[in-house]
Design a protein around this ligand. Structure first.
Ligand code: TRP
Length: 451
């Protein structure tokens, strides 16, 4: 190839891009609900423990793999396994991540399409009192043509950013979107907290209810920390490969995890007080953000403007995540298939679009098609969350823990020994990824498959 590999221009750029990837619909519609129904503050404490013990070590490991190899996710394992026992087999595992990214992006872009649809409807001040919001959502998600058009628009926006490359595309645009997202979420949270009856929502979120905590709660906390940090699909490996050699990847991981958690808590504070102030019941997933929220806004003064803000927030959160997913595939096509960035984007986007159309239609016209008892949409979602992401995560830690030597692993974390990191911290981290993470991940996979 010869040409110089693109990289992030600044540390801030890396941080916003990573936070952009991590902060997504998982923070906005899953976390608040899970907290409320799984013991409030008790869940938050469990979540933080899972983050610290399992998810962050995994994230740090993806950083090590990506930055050390300076390659796309497939190239990373190929490069790092060279000359090692069973190197040929290990060298191929990155391909799983390319597929995982494709599977996630195919249904994620459908939901991303809904967010654009809702932004448009909010701008047209369609969300007024007396509208049947259940029906609006049905129409936006299950009709034959409308969602396809918005899925295409969502993917096209994602593609345009990725075509421009790392510094001039991904970094440049996430640097604008993420701070805006941050300010808007804070504004919504503060507003929501001033509503009469908001206290009930805050109690729902933050009152610790230890009696509600079961083994299932712990698994939910672990699964959520995994999904929310975007671990196990190669996005962190891919982004880390564009991080410069002098950056401290340990602090970068900690900062990303901190920002991701902060966003999730703010989203909870924006959503739940409003839900309770209007005597609605919090539900999970699409119902919460696409049905209950517009309904609530329609009853508030300035609700029209709030609705625009809220759905722009959702759109930004979704698009900064989809960018990172597309980049996983595109980096692979450029470096392993030797295509131009444009051609790579065109091919991967078309492929995603075909799957995305199937996912979207499976909620309406193709509702009768079932894969293992699920709609196509549900199948893609389950396949990635229950199988591909945990599998990827496990392969990453096993590879880094057992195939990379202590020296190689520590060398990357300390930037070739030029940075001091407490030896105890390094030892604990090494222990966690060699023993704790693989065992725990296998357990989650078994439980979720048997459920
Ligand atoms: N973390 C994202 C969220 O909270 C979802 C997600 C999972 C993701 N894996 C990903 C996003 C990979 C981008 C890339 O919604």
């Amino acid at each position: 190839m010869g040409e110089k590999r693109d990289s992030f221009g600044s540390k801030f750029g890396v941080l916003v891009a990573l936070t952009g990837s991590a902060v997504g619909l998982g923070n906005m519609w899953r976390f608040p609900y899970l907290v409320g129904t799984n013991g409030g503050a008790a869940f938050i404490i469990l979540y933080l423990i899972c983050l610290l013990v399992i998810s962050m070590p995994l994230m740090i490991t993806e950083f090590v793999i990506g930055r050390r190899s300076q390659a796309n996710v497939f190239g990373a394992f190929k490069t790092l396994s060279q000359g090692k026992k069973h190197g040929k087999v290990w060298g191929k595992i990155g391909f799983i991540s390319v597929i995982t990214a494709l599977v996630i992006l195919s249904f994620y872009s459908v939901v991303g399409g809904w967010t654009i649809d809702y932004v448009c409807q909010a701008i047209g001040f369609k969300f007024t009192q007396g509208v049947d919001y259940e029906q609006v959502f049905q129409y936006s998600s299950t009709s034959a043509v409308r969602p396809l058009v918005f899925t295409l628009i969502f993917l096209a926006i994602t593609a345009i950013v990725v075509i421009m490359g790392i510094q001039k595309g991904i970094e440049k645009y996430t640097k604008v979107m993420m701070p805006m997202l941050f300010v808007m979420v804070i504004f919504l949270a503060v507003y929501s907290l001033t509503l009469k009856g908001a206290g009930e929502g805050i109690r729902f979120l933050f009152l610790p209810k230890w009696s509600e905590v079961t083994i299932q709660t712990v698994l939910e906390a672990l699964g959520q920390s995994f999904f929310s940090l975007s671990i196990g699909c190669g996005t962190i490996i891919t982004y880390a490969s564009y991080v410069k050699k002098h950056e401290n990847i340990l602090t970068l991981s900690a900062e990303t995890a901190f920002m991701d958690t902060l966003f999730a808590l703010l989203a909870g504070m924006a959503i739940m007080p409003a839900v309770f102030a209007f005597g609605a019941t919090p539900s999970e997933g699409p119902g919460l953000v696409f049905v209950i929220i517009p309904q609530i806004f329609s009853q508030l003064p300035m609700g029209g403007v709030l609705a625009i803000l809220f759905f722009v927030v959702l759109f930004f959160a979704a698009v900064t995540s989809s960018i990172s997913l597309l980049e996983v595939m595109v980096a692979y096509m450029i470096e392993e298939r030797h295509l131009s960035r444009k051609a790579s984007v065109a091919i991967t986007m078309s492929l995603t679009l075909v799957l995305g159309v199937l996912c979207s239609l499976s909620l309406g016209v193709l509702g009768n098609v079932h894969l293992f008892g699920n709609s196509i949409f549900g199948f893609m979602d389950g396949l990635s969350a229950n199988i591909l992401m945990p599998l990827g995560g496990m392969l990453f830690v096993v590879f880094a823990g057992w195939k990379l030597s202590d020296k190689e692993y520590f060398d990357e974390l300390t930037n070739g020994g030029s940075m001091h990191i407490s030896p105890i911290l390094l030892k604990v981290l090494r222990f966690l990824i060699r023993y704790t993470s693989p065992v725990v991940i296998i357990l989650i996979m078994l439980v979720s498959l048997l459920k």
